[in-house]
Design a binder for this molecule. Structure first.
Ligand code: 1HE
Length: 260
């Protein structure tokens, strides 16, 4: 294994698959892993239309590499946290949708990474936790912003104060994931979803990734105003005309009930 294989990169059609590949340390996020992840995220955004992040071994990700963390000075700690923010912002606010395929431990920084992806698919073995409180530290990879908004501050406070672990089913009810699938099926399920999303008009996907979180942070009137401009921009693009005509000509697939 070369050093760059710490995050494996594969391209399946329009979908890039990034595999955290440090199973002997439960994919704990070392400085090397975060810097290779940044490179592979940039590569995915240049080459693919959607991406999946998953983990090798028994667990998705054990979070921050605690062995490296004990040695940092206060200012090094700030720079380290800001580096994670930049990489996770690039996932959340880049050019393509990211899907995560979760199994086993999705804890600490592992949950922060998953929360930066747009869609999280958890298999039945998944458990979520924020053990920072019990380790004498604090979240530093964006959880106070992302996990607090997904699950709510009360639930996040509970996870941090008590070290509570949350199952995949409970995590779905708490918005920590959007799908729960059978053991071992998260990766393929996420690839299938990513392949579907990759077929959307690029402008629609960009608007979904960039307009929705911004509008959620806006006042109601500002959000509605912004929505009108994004709607008009997307619906007047050539891709939209083609797709709308395909529906009207009855050449586009019809929607149906999820059980059919
Ligand atoms: C690690 C790490 C790690 C495992 N840093 N080395 N994250 C945590 O507090 C979670 C800590 N890890 C665990 O609770 C467990 O390891 C797991 C539940 C994830 C997996 O358990 P298990 O029984 O499968 O594995 P293990 O025997 O505990 O670990 C296997 C090896 O991985 C072992 O090393 P070895 O040399 O003794 O074989 C562990 O030391 C190593 N390992 N997790 C370093 N996290 C930007 S701020 C983010 C803040 C956080 O993320 S805090 C949360 C940190």
């Amino acid at each position: 294994m070369t050093d760059a294989d710490i995050v494996q990169y594969d391209l399946e059609g329009p979908v890039a698959i990034l595999t955290l590949n440090r199973p002997e340390k439960r994919n704990a996020v070392s400085d090397r892993l975060i810097s290779v992840l940044a490179e592979q995220v940039a590569r995915a955004q240049a080459e693919a239309k959607a991406a999946v992040i998953c983990g090798n071994g028994k667990h998705f990700c054990a979070g921050l590499d605690l062995a490296e963390h004990v040695k940092r000075t206060p200012i090094e700690g700030v720079h380290h946290s800001r580096l994670w923010h930049r990489v996770f912002d690039q996932i959340e606010g880049g050019t393509i949708p990211f899907f995560s395929a979760l199994h086993g431990a999705v804890v600490g920084g592992g949950l922060e990474l998953a929360a930066a992806t747009h869609i999280r698919v958890a298999d039945a073995t998944t458990f979520f936790a924020l053990p920072e409180g019990t380790r004498g530290i604090f979240v530093g990879g964006g959880a106070s912003v992302r996990v607090g908004r997904l699950a709510g501050v009360a639930r996040m406070t509970d996870m941090m104060l008590t070290g509570r672990t949350v199952s995949a089913e409970q995590g779905e009810a708490w918005n920590l994931c959007q799908y729960v699938v059978a053991e071992g099926e998260a990766r393929q399920f996420a690839i299938d979803l990513a392949t579907k999303a990759a077929q959307n008009a690029e402008m629609s996907n960009y608007a979904i990734l960039h307009a929705l979180p911004r509008i959620a942070d806006m006042a109601r009137g500002d959000g509605l105003f912004m929505e009108s401009f994004v709607a008009s921009m997307t619906q007047t693009s050539p891709e939209a005309e083609e797709r709308l005509n395909a529906f009207l000509n009855k050449t586009a697939a019809r929607l149906s009930h999820p059980s059919s």
